[in-house]
Design a binder for this molecule. Structure first.
Ligand code: THG
Length: 258
């Protein structure tokens, strides 16, 4: 399973402040800490409500690249901010993300192709997020087809069924697990899947408990990647145990100490 850190995100107060002050040293230490904790990819998001989005993303990508070669996942709905991130990146990135809206696909897939990137496809359209697994799967198929029209092969896609807060949409939890299973039947070999895990526990009292339980359920359904908090040690132990149980890591008696 691919671990993508959610914490290089201007949504978090300390990160937002460091971006505002252009405190490169703080960002670099914070980014390296995410990798020490076990993330292999960094989701990079300048945060909401920012007027200097493209400039902030350019700075953030360059600052992080100065200390690590780790893959970056450029997380923004803004086309200009996405373009700034792609231009600043030395190595291929993961674009986060497109939706199944025609105008977004027609803008984002050409950028993906031009920059040799991978891209997360959110299963939503102008009507919003579907409330069943079947419609999510139809939107996924649309994005796979349109991506191929743009000469982007399925192995460069990550399908995201969109996790919703269990507190607001309790019926959606198992539908997302089902969608993860259904997505894998769309292509051979199966297309990779990803979720923003912490969405599920928004507004919950014991967020870590909800996050790690849900991760275990999604891993059972075949999830390939997750944007999550690698600083959560119990969650990272769930990741490692899941990898052993899925036969991705060699079993040994004391693997948790490794
Ligand atoms: N899919 C994809 N990308 C995504 C998401 C997704 N990117 C954003 C998000 N969802 C994943 N990242 C986060 C980051 C933080 C939180 C949740 C998901 C979070 N933050 C605290 C909160 O909102 O309560 C903020 C705490 C603070 O302010 O300190 O929960 O689904 N492709």
């Amino acid at each position: 399973m691919l671990v993508i850190s959610e914490r290089v995100n201007g949504l978090f107060g300390a990160v937002g402040k460091a971006i505002d002050k252009r405190d490169g040293k703080w960002i670099q230490e914070h980014a390296l800490y995410q990798l020490e904790c076990g993330a292999t990819v960094l989701d990079v998001n300048t945060g909401p409500g920012r007027e200097d989005g493209p400039a902030a993303m350019d700075w953030l990508v360059r600052t992080i690249q100065d200390v690590t070669e780790a893959t970056l996942c450029i997380d923004t709905p803004g086309l200009k901010t996405m373009t700034a991130g792609l231009r600043a990146a030395k190595n291929p990135v993961i674009m986060n993300s497109t939706t199944a809206e025609r105008k977004r696909m027609d803008a984002l897939f050409p950028l993906c192709r031009e920059h040799g990137a991978e891209i997360i496809c959110l299963t939503m359209d102008e009507k919003g997020i579907p409330n069943d697994a079947e419609t999510r799967t139809e939107l996924a198929m649309t994005m796979v087809t349109v991506a191929m029209e743009h000469e982007i092969m399925p192995d460069r896609l990550l399908l995201d069924p969109l996790v919703l807060p269990i507190k607001a949409a309790q019926d959606q939890g198992m539908k997302v697990v089902k969608a993860i299973g259904m997505f894998q039947a769309l292509n051979e070999p199966p297309i990779r899947t990803v979720v923003g895990l912490s969405n599920v526990s928004n507004g919950c009292k014991d967020r870590p408990m909800v996050n790690r339980t849900y991760l275990a359920m999604l891993l059972g359904a075949g999830l390939s990647a997750a944007i999550l908090d690698p600083e959560d040690q119990l969650l990272m132990e769930t990741v490692k145990t899941g990898q052993v149980l899925r036969n991705e890591k060699l079993y040994c008696d004391d693997f948790l100490r490794a």
